[in-house]
Design a binder for this molecule. Structure first.
Ligand SMILES: NC(=O)C1=CN([C@@H]2O[C@H](COP(=O)(O)OP(=O)(O)OC[C@H]3O[C@@H](n4cnc5c(N)ncnc54)[C@H](O)[C@@H]3O)[C@@H](O)[C@H]2O)C=CC1
Ligand SMILES: CC(=O)C(=O)O
Ligand SMILES: [Mg+2]
Length: 446
């Protein structure tokens, strides 16, 4: 199992002046190591007469641990800490995305063509034949990333603006992985009717709509209605992107461990957007038994209505061969609850219900968290494929095709490939295109 350096920790960069005598760099690294922090890159910035200045990345559990390290370093002779830089904050300054022009704009002639008066001809053409918008504008490559901030990355209802860094992250992934322009849309409302109306009114700007981090149960109605009234694909990533990647992981778990999906009991802890999306896709794929649990009675009823069985947390842990957790509650699964040979996917971000290391130590045959089994393996290729063939919807056939394509790109012994695997997103897009064509959900040109 791959253990990622600094996973779940805060990355800080220390700029330190170190006395230029043998042993002082060692004093620094041991002082940091003794506080339980691990060390990443070390770079030499400057060689001075008496001191050298180095920058080093260290990984800490929290800000308190960082303070303790600084207090300790202040007592070490020959070491002067000049600055502490938080890498994550630094990377977010000014935001992570931008809307850019794609044509040269160097001369007045360029402006006449790209803007007025040249552009008027294009507008009139589109007015006469609206489908030309797909030829002469960026619309078919733009996906709205819509949130109201009610279930942001396991942080709960923190509001749409506080969720913007996540939406920018998804847009950056869209651009980097499949060349789609993801445009964050923040909606200040919890009322499904307002969200539906807002998205409906802005939909002409986009080739597809990706709903993100909208909490259950409102997310179900919002997606159902938008999917029905819009003729472009609408997909709630937390439900379906996640479900696709979970199915991919389980297809590989069956390949490597002899687990039989059709005969397994799959446990789902947390039956919100992600948990219900996963349960529904697995049931439609042919899994006979999904047992699930949630704190809310209404969520448990939802699972029963979808063909699963609701129970308690302990029922799920004792009765399932595969446990998938999507609660947003770090540490919910205790090592003593894990059964030997279980597959444990503890998918909550930013921190899982149990770490893969603890689950493996407790006897799990396979264990992963939400950083690796992550919908970022699914949504880029799913939307790319749907946009490429101008699909009207993203249906189960397309999702299952995407899951198989992801599973096929994993290395021997791994449940899923890396998000930065060179071919996975292209393969997912191709599989989704084929499934869309075969299922006849392509929008004909008028
Ligand atoms: N790895 C991945 O790709 C993804 C991970 N997630 C993670 O899943 C978690 C949930 O996200 P959503 O489903 O969008 O949120 P949500 O708010 O729609 O659903 C969360 C559900 O968990 C239930 N819950 C909370 N504490 C519980 C407990 N102690 N026991 C049982 N049920 C409990 C809630 O009642 C709710 O029904 C988040 O941490 C999120 O980061 C979500 C989508 C993708
Ligand atoms: C990955 C993701 O979409 C989430 O944790 O909400
Ligand atoms: Mg999400």
């Amino acid at each position: 199992m791959e253990i990622e350096k600094g996973a779940g920790k805060l990355a800080k960069t220390l700029r330190v002046m170190i006395l230029d005598k043998p042993g002082y760099l060692g004093k620094l690294t041991s002082a940091i190591g003794m506080q339980g922090s691990s060390i990443g890159d070390i770079r030499l910035l400057r060689m001075g007469l008496t001191h050298n200045t180095r920058e080093m990345t260290i990984y800490v559990d929290n800000d308190e641990q960082m303070e303790e390290i600084l207090d300790n370093l202040a007592k070490v002779e020959g070491i002067i800490v000049e600055d502490v830089i938080d890498l994550v904050h630094q990377l977010h300054e000014g935001g992570k995305i931008a809307m850019k022009g794609t044509r040269p704009l160097n001369t007045i002639g360029d402006i006449r063509k790209i803007y007025t008066p040249g552009v008027a001809t294009i507008c009139r053409d589109i007015q006469k034949r609206p489908e030309l918008a797909y030829k002469y504008t960026a619309i078919p490559n733009q996906v709205a990333i819509v949130t109201n901030g009610t279930a942001i990355l396991g942080l709960g209802d923190i509001g749409a603006v506080a969720g913007m860094p996540v939406m920018e992250g998804k847009a950056a992934l869209f651009d980097r992985l499949v060349g789609v322009s993801g445009i964050p849309i923040l909606i200040e409302s919890k009322d499904p009717a307002v969200i539906i109306e807002t998205v409906k009114n802005i939909a002409p700007t986009f080739g597809a709509i990706k709903l993100e981090d909208i909490a259950a149960p409102e997310c179900f109605e919002i997606e159902d209605v938008l999917d029905r009234i819009l003729d472009i694909p609408v997909m709630h990533d937390d439900q379906h992107g996640t479900a696709v990647v979970v199915l991919a992981a389980l297809l590989n778990a069956t390949k490597f461990s002899g687990l039989m999906l059709g005969k397994s009991a799959i446990g789902v802890i947390g039956l919100g957007a992600a948990g219900m999306g996963i349960s529904k896709l697995l049931l439609s794929y042919g899994v006979k038994k999904v047992i699930g649990t949630d704190l809310q009675e209404s969520a448990r009823e939802r699972l029963n209505a979808a063909g699963g069985e609701a129970g308690t947390l302990l029922d799920v842990m004792a009765g399932a061969n595969v446990v998938i957790a999507t609660t947003g509650c770090p540490g919910l699964i205790k090592p003593e609850m894990v059964k030997k040979g279980q597959v444990i996917l503890a998918l909550s971000n930013p921190n899982p219900e149990i770490t893969p290391e603890d689950a493996a130590a407790a006897g799990a045959a396979f264990a992963a968290d939400g950083k690796s089994v992550n919908n970022a393996l699914g949504f880029p290729g799913i939307f790319r494929g749907a946009l490429n063939v101008r699909a009207r919807v993203i249906n189960n056939k397309m999702k299952i095709a995407a899951a198989k394509a992801i599973a096929a790109c994993a290395e021997e012994g791994e449940l899923v490939p890396s998000i930065l695997n060179d071919e996975v997103h292209q393969k997912v897009a191709e599989a989704v295109e084929r499934a869309a064509l075969e299922s006849g959900v392509i929008k004909p040109w008028e």
